[in-house]
Write a protein that binds this ligand. Structure first.
Ligand code: CP
Length: 316
């Protein structure tokens, strides 16, 4: 593997999940594999889980890790081609990425969408330029449209805890006060479709995800109907894709509660975190036995370790 930016970069997702679960049992079995190899973790946006879990995964593989919050610690980055840089930007992504590629064997890169220009965001212009100009294998730490390490961790969590071969998995929109990217929801949908579960997406009117991510999922604006008999409920806010980047409703009545949980098959409740308590997800669920949020966060390590292991094995 030379690139991990979406589920489409994985040839066998069940094999990758199995590898991650094996690494969870024996974290240091490949500690020689990454010896004298350097991972760079480059962030244009904040992070807790992605930063720490990917760093831990690399250390388990014997790698050295460098972390840079490029948006705060680097020179102001120019990403447009062909312009005269006589404004506020100081360094072009062509040189910045190229330089980082000189120092690192593998690079993880996080770049959120602007949520202003949909075509620009969905072209993954910044992420793709970084991949092109750094010249080394790249792992997405969340791009404008996808968060594949999170989705792999989510799939591992479901595979570990499912009680039937084909569980019912529901992705439900949740309220939020800020317009958030569609990346986590897009990516989760993409991976659930590949996993071939009984997959349902529910959201208020106007919050349809892009068709290429919805895939074969059943979609409904009736949350109660969606939750009926669910084995897993994935809670996430996203801003509108069609009315791009906008908040269309305060989402009253959409927060998951213990009352709604009664509609499900005693579902495990998932969220990628960070979560706004009492707004996106109720305190009672987060503090109760059905919450899987810490299982997911734990599995971020093994997801990252399985991906880095595959990339290290592909280095000459
Ligand atoms: N879930 C997730 O990616 O968390 P961070 O944004 O804190 O890395």
């Amino acid at each position: 593997m030379k690139l991990f930016s979406s589920v489409n970069d994985v040839t066998d997702i069940q094999k990758l999940v199995s590898e991650a679960i094996s690494l969870k049992k024996k974290p240091f079995v490949n500690e020689q594999l990454g010896k004298h190899k350097t991972l760079g973790l480059i962030f244009l946006n904040p992070s807790l889980r992605t930063r720490l879990s990917t760093q831990k995964a690399a250390l388990n593989l014997g790698m050295q890790v460098m972390v840079m919050n490029l948006d705060k610690e680097g020179w102001a980055l120019e990403t447009q081609d062909g312009i005269i840089m006589n404004g506020t930007t100081v360094e072009h992504i062509r040189e910045a990425a190229g330089v980082m590629g000189e120092y690192c064997d593998i690079i993880g890169f996080r770049s959120f969408p602007g949520l202003v220009n949909r075509d620009e965001d969905y072209s993954e212009d910044i992420f793709n330029k970084f991949v092109k100009y750094c010249g080394v294998p790249v792992v997405s730490l969340e791009s404008a449209t996808r968060h594949p390490l999170q989705s792999l961790a989510d799939l591992i969590t479901i595979e570990e805890l499912k009680k039937t071969e084909k569980p019912k998995v529901v992705l439900t929109w949740a309220p939020h006060v800020k317009p958030l990217p569609q990346a986590v929801a897009n990516s989760f949908a993409e991976w659930m479709n590949k996993a071939d579960y009984d997959f349902v997406i529910t959201h208020p009117e106007g919050y349809d995800l892009a068709p290429e991510f919805v895939g074969q999922a059943m979609v409904t604006t009736n949350q109660d109907e969606a939750l009926a008999g669910a084995d897993f409920v994935y809670v996430k806010n996203w801003s509108s894709y069609n009315d791009y980047g906008k908040i269309l409703t305060d989402g009253e009545g959409w927060m998951m509660t213990n009352e709604k949980l009664k509609l499900t098959n005693n579902a495990g409740v998932m969220h990628c975190l960070p979560v706004r308590r009492g707004l996106e997800l109720s305190h009672e669920i987060l503090d109760g036995p059905n919450s899987l949020v810490l299982n997911q966060a734990n599995n971020r390590v093994w997801a990252a370790q399985a991906v880095l292991k595959n990339i290290l094995e592909s280095l000459s």
